[in-house]
Design a binder for this molecule. Structure first.
Ligand code: FPP
Length: 278
């Protein structure tokens, strides 16, 4: 966070927003559904791919801001398992943009001490993309700052299916008695080792999850902004964080004001409360 405050121009809107952020209550992990590239382009009478090109600048800006803020993890939804339905030219442009991004940004990822990894069914990606991803992952493996996850050929349901299949293999090897709990299942997801996202941001005003991190967002706070992805910058990220910091997270429990001073007598309160898991 200090790095961010030093970096923001004094007197700028960014500095004013950053000054309102509580550095002790930052989300550890932010996930973003980057949406609205096509609409951004259409409004300018440009081809859809121009929206994706412009979206790369937002990707750069948000990654730098997240690293400077000192977040533990940032997960960006760049290509879903459903996105193969798009025209071939659009899909190819996305891979080319990604490859160029990986080459151009690697020095900067290093400078910000970012550890890069891709998540999704990576083995189904074109070979050049796999090689580019492997290269960036290996080169940044020793970095200790922000964990940057790029979700590519990603689907929340396929992620759970992949985890279950790996667990079934173990069950076959280990025989009867093998049981799965939430921790074991989490450890077999692509995001193993990362905290669940505290905040999920979606751009372009759509209020949908779109098959993203289905297991991991069980208690994630969701913030939707009408901004289209190519317009999204560090200031918007700060707005989302400020909104998050204004929320009360109860994880199914009670807020501190509602906590009874004395432990309730067993059975005495049956039927009084009906609010489940808020
Ligand atoms: C959603 O907008 C965006 C995508 C499916 C692709 C996201 C890709 C980028 C931001 C650029 C490349 C990324 C990297 C990491 C270099 P949409 O096309 O669905 O927009 P629409 O809903 O307005 O049509």
């Amino acid at each position: 966070m200090k790095d961010f405050l030093d970096w923001a121009k004094p007197g700028s809107p960014t500095a004013a927003l950053a000054a309102r952020v509580d550095p002790n209550r930052l989300p550890r992990h932010i996930a973003i559904i980057m949406d609205g590239n096509g609409r951004w382009a259409r409004r300018r009478l440009l081809p859809r791919v121009a929206g994706h090109r412009a979206g790369v600048e937002s990707v750069r800006s948000v990654i730098e801001a997240s690293a400077r803020l000192g977040l533990d993890a940032l997960t960006l939804y760049a290509f879903s398992v459903e996105n193969w339905k798009r025209p071939r030219g659009e899909v190819d442009t996305l891979w080319n943009l990604l490859l160029r991004y990986l080459v151009e940004e690697l020095p900067r990822l290093h400078r910000y001490n970012i550890r890069f990894q891709a998540i999704g069914r990576l083995h189904e990606l074109p070979q050049a993309v796999r090689e580019g991803l492997d290269h960036a992952t290996e080169k940044t493996a020793g970095n200790t700052g922000l964990r940057l996850n790029l979700a590519l050929n990603y689907g929340g349901r396929t992620e759970i299916v992949d985890a279950v299949n790996r667990l079934l293999e173990q069950a076959r090897a280990l025989g009867p008695g093998f049981q799965v709990d939430e921790e074991i299942l989490s450890d077999h997801l692509y995001t193993s080792g990362l905290p669940d996202p505290d905040l999920l941001i979606r751009t372009s005003g759509e209020v949908r999850i779109s098959n993203f991190l289905l297991w991991q967002i069980a208690y994630t706070e969701i913030w939707v902004t009408p901004k289209l992805w190519p317009e999204f910058r560090a200031d918007d990220l700060l707005e989302g964080i400020l909104d998050y910091q204004g929320r009360e997270r109860r994880f199914g429990g009670l807020s501190p004001q509602e906590e009874p001073a004395e432990p309730a007598l067993v059975g005495a309160a049956v039927g009084e409360r009906s609010d489940l898991g808020e």
